[in-house]
Write a new protein. Structure first.
Length: 503
């Protein structure tokens, strides 16, 4: 791979350079950012969305670091449902409201991959592996993802996910406290690696832990500079590229050893290899989907456990639902919980868990801080009577609909019994809508249900703050944390005791 060679010398040179050189690079970066953004300020015509006041470069950090507050401030200060700002030389248009929502999600020319590339940038672009993938390669990856979620392979994953979760939960001991945004995320990361990669990787706890560290580095290492000027060798960018390189090597090693061994296994890697796809597609599948899948599912699972810890009534309802499925579908009363849960067929998990479904849906509504991003690759269009030029970036914050008190009364309150809002167009977009819907929904829901079910049956839990007391107010999702919506550090832990059922 060409990037590895160039990267190595650039990284070594930068990291071993003195503070003077590093400061000079930082100053140059700032100048580049100020110059490119100031130069691109433009007059608003009648049809153009109103621009944010003040110098354009002031938008950059808030967009990446305080997104929820920044976008709300934009709507407030412009007094409009649509406004625009500059990110370097890119025009970004923020839209809101029901008709904009429909226009945004159904617009023919709006492209998710292009939008994601410039505005998100969690994974460094490695040409041919994570970027520059032709439409054909992306559609092969999507086709393989659909294959993983067919009835048979998804059913086969159920005992494997439960066994992985059992092993992790077994290490918790009889009682204690933990941070759900670390430990529950860890369960889901393992389940996602199991579902999307190879048994060589997912059977090796040290390797899974290493992968998790590397993916965390990619996620948390995203800075305005790594997204907007990815060619600049900032320390953050170098760290991210290094992490990408290491992930790439782990995945390639797994593929090579599978191909060389000639031994066939019953896992996703085998399906990919047997499909005869080129290696870059296989690597792209594993690297790209792990990042697309693990974080969103992990955030949701962490919040489910958190919400249920603070809402004993819903905790009990969910537990009762799973217990009654066990009574009906599990053959053996002597076996462990994980083995008994594995007796419940996939179609039952998918069709007879209304309580778990309602909990997942409500958790996504209130604790999934997604901002959908697109680039208009088609001709100019109008949204809210405002011009969206060809080439512009367009974003739609999910908070516009999911936290609207007109649609969801007391929107911050976790209440899975809410009825579907019927008076509004597209009142719920938790799994996407229109042209782009989540292609991992089936897998994500199964992972969420299995891990939640096992946890609820094996442990009793409540919430405590760092002093060990029950929090006076329930934790509120922090939408400015675009990764996990995590409440302030130290404000919320899970306190647990093991039940007398064997895991
Ligand atoms: C709770 C977990 C998840 C949630 C809430 C979620 C949510 C979403 C949403 C809202 C979108 C549309 C984004 C937009 O319109 O900008 C999306 C797209 C997507 N999701 Fe998920 N997702 C989850 C898990 C997963 C998993 C586990 C995978 C893969 C294994 C996955 C793969 C994808 C892909 C490939 C797309 C892009 C579809 C396209 O390009 O047309 N997701 N997801």
């Amino acid at each position: 791979m060409p990037y590895i060679i160039g990267l190595h010398s650039a990284a070594s040179a930068f990291l071993s350079a003195g503070i003077v050189v590093q400061c000079s690079v930082a100053i140059v970066i700032c100048l580049v950012i100020v110059l490119t953004t100031t130069a691109s300020l433009q007059d608003d015509g009648d049809e153009a969305p109103k621009s944010l006041p003040g110098p354009a470069f002031l938008s950059i950090v808030p967009f990446f670091r305080q997104r929820y507050d920044f976008l709300n401030w934009g709507f407030h200060i412009t007094g409009q449902s649509t406004f625009q700002f500059q990110l370097m030389s890119n025009t970004v248009i923020v839209v809101s409201g029901a008709s904009a929502r429909r226009a945004f999600f159904y617009a023919k020319g709006f492209d998710l991959t292009e939008g994601f590339k410039i505005l998100s940038g969690a994974i460094p672009m490695v040409r041919g592996v994570t970027s520059g993938l032709q439409t054909k390669r992306i559609s092969v990856i999507h086709k393989r993802l659909a294959a993983v979620q067919k009835n048979l392979p998804l059913s086969n994953l159920i005992p494997a996910i439960l066994e992985d979760s059992r092993q992790l939960l077994e290490s918790y001991g009889p009682s204690g406290t933990f941070d759900p945004f670390e430990k529950i995320y860890e369960l889901i990361f393992q389940a996602t690696v199991r579902s999307l990669s190879s048994s060589e990787i997912s059977d090796d706890p040290a390797l899974v832990a290493r992968l998790k560290t590397l993916y965390d580095r990619l996620d948390t290492g995203t800075t305005p500079a790594t997204v907007l000027v990815p060619w600049l060798p900032t320390p953050a960018m170098i760290k991210k590229l290094w992490a990408t390189k290491e992930i790439y090597e782990i995945v390639v090693r797994a593929i090579d050893s599978r191909q060389q061994s000639g031994i066939s296994r019953n896992d996703t890697l085998q399906m990919l290899v047997d499909s005869g796809d080129e290696k870059l597609v296989v690597v792209g599948f594993i690297m790209g989907l792990l990042i697309a899948g693990a974080r969103a599912t992990g955030t949701t699972a962490s919040w489910i456990v958190t919400f249920l810890g603070g809402h004993g009534d819903w905790r009990q309802k969910a537990k009762t639902e799973v217990e009654s499925l066990l009574t009906e579908y599990s053959n053996s009363t002597a076996a462990s919980l994980s083995a008994r849960l594995a007796d419940i067929p996939l179609e039952i998990w998918e069709s007879q868990t209304p309580v778990l479904d309602a909990i997942i849906r409500e958790t996504l509504r209130v604790a999934q801080p997604h901002t959908a991003m697109r680039r208009n690759l088609g001709p100019e269009v109008y949204i809210n009577d405002k011009l969206i030029p060809s080439g512009a970036y367009v974003v739609y914050p999910f908070s516009d609909v999911h936290l609207d008190p007109e649609i969801y009364a007391e929107p911050w309150r976790f209440d899975p019994s809410r009825k579907e809002a019927s008076k509004v167009d597209l009142p719920y977009v938790g799994w996407g809508v229109g042209k782009t819907t989540c292609l991992g929904t089936r897998l994500a829901k199964v992972e969420l249900k299995l891990t939640t079910a096992l946890f609820l049956l094996a442990f009793d839990h409540t919430l405590v703050d760092k002093s060990g007391e029950a929090p006076t107010v329930p934790p509120t999702p922090n939408w400015n944390d675009i990764l996990m919506c995590r409440p302030p550090q130290g404000s919320c832990y899970v306190k647990y005791t093991r039940t007398n059922l064997a895991l």
